[in-house]
Each structure stands twice: as structure tokens, then as C-alpha cells.
Design a protein around this ligand. Structure first.
Ligand code: GTP
Ligand code: MG
Length: 186
């Protein structure tokens, strides 16, 4: 029998991804349960108390902004994170291409001498498209085993937002094989 000891007293979730994919909107939508029309470049660090998280573990959510942070500051945040959400915009192929041409290689390079860090692949702006990006996402997951799960969501309609953060927590607390959700909830 395999027993997973829970060694994590909190979970630190970092969101990265190209400009404009909706990182800040995702965080603010989760916290306020409504879509913020005007978002700052970078959200304050959010602390969610244990008793309101699905896994009952205190959770910090950390935003990244290329206009406010240097590459060195980004690398420091990458090394502090327990799980990293790599966000792309479902209506912009370039942002998905950058997941494999830039973000995942950058994370590997930055983490190689420290620790393994699970990744959740997040396709945002589901509300803007009438297709799924699951096929391309599966190819990414096959190539990059650190990608633990995949979710398509919308900060605007709040579709799958709590699921996204739940999957991030789960990737830290119960790392397992790959898993994905694409179904829309209403
Ligand atoms: P940077 O801070 O520049 O890196 O961008 P970001 O990734 O934080 O994106 P941000 O949250 O600022 O959102 C960029 C734009 O996309 C804004 O105009 C948002 O209103 C819009 N946006 C974010 N999420 C969604 C979404 O789910 N659906 C739609 N339709 N628009 C969204
Ligand atoms: Mg932002």
C-alpha cells in the first residue's frame, strides 16, 4: 500500500504566461466571484485560509507581470512556487505556441537545480471560442510530464475557475498521473 504523507503546510500557486492571457483576471475572478472589468497589471498576493479551500490547506496565489517584474524576480518566484499554472488564451494560438517554445523550457531551466514543480496547463477565455484546445494540450502533456493537469476555463464567465485552483492544490498534495477536464459546467 502506498501512503502519501502530506508534507505541505501550505500551497503556493504561481501563475505565468504571456501578456494579456488573463492571469490577473483569473485571480481576481476567483477571489471576488465576479469578472473584474478593470484589472491592474499584477494582483496582490492572495492568501486563502485553510478552511475555505477544498483541501483544507492554506493557499497563496501569486501573480506575475512582465511590466512590473524582472526576469530575475520571475525566476525567484518560480523557485518559491509549489505549483505553477501556465496560462494561455484559447483564442490566441501564439500564446499556446509560447507554452512549449518558451514557458515550459524556461521553467525546466529555472528549476533544474532545485526541485520538481508540477504544472497545471490553463486555457483561459473559453467564452471567446467554440472549440476545444484539448488535442494540442494532450500533445504538450505527452512531451512535458511535469504537466499534471489541464483545464479550460473563463475568468469572464467564471467557468471552471474554482476547478483550476483546485487542480493546482491537488497537483501539490496528491500528485498522480495526468488528468484533464474540458467539460463546461453551467
Ligand atoms: P499581463 O498582466 O499584461 O501579463 O496580462 P494578464 O495575463 O494579467 O491578463 P489580464 O488579466 O490583464 O487580461 C487581459 C485582457 O483579457 C483584459 O482585457 C481582460 O478583461 C481580458 N480577459 C481576461 N480573462 C478573460 C476571459 O476569460 N474572457 C474574456 N473574454 N476576456 C478575458
Ligand atoms: Mg496581469
Amino acid at each position: 500500500m502506498v501512503v502519501h504523507h502530506n508534507l505541505h503546510r501550505n500551497v503556493r500557486i504561481l501563475l505565468v504566461g504571456d501578456r494579456g492571457v488573463g492571469k490577473t483576471s483569473l485571480i481576481l475572478s476567483l477571489v471576488s466571484e465576479e469578472f473584474p472589468e478593470d484589472v491592474p497589471p499584477k494582483s496582490e498576493e492572495i492568501t486563502i485560509p485553510a478552511d475555505v479551500t477544498p483541501e483544507l490547506v492554506p493557499t497563496n496565489i501569486v501573480d506575475y507581470s512582465a511590466v512590473e517584474q524582472s526576469d530575475i524576480q520571475l525566476a525567484e518566484e518560480v523557485q518559491r512556487a509549489n505549483v505553477i499554472c501556465v496560462v494561455y488564451s484559447m483564442d490566441d494560438d501564439d500564446t499556446m505556441d509560447r507554452v512549449t517554445s518558451y514557458w515550459l523550457p524556461f521553467l525546466r531551466e529555472t528549476l533544474s537545480h532545485t526541485h520538481r514543480c508540477p504544472v497545471v496547463l490553463v486555457g483561459n477565455k473559453l467564452d471567446l471560442v467554440d472549440y476545444s484546445t484539448v488535442d494540442a494540450a494532450m500533445e504538450i502533456m505527452n512531451e512535458y510530464k511535469e504537466v499534471e493537469s489541464f483545464v479550460e476555463c473563463s475568468a469572464k464567465t467564471l467557468n471552471n475557475i474554482s476547478e483550476m485552483f483546485y487542480y493546482a492544490q491537488k497537483a501539490v498534495l496528491h500528485p498522480t498521473g495526468p488528468l484533464y477536464i474540458t467539460d463546461q459546467q453551467d
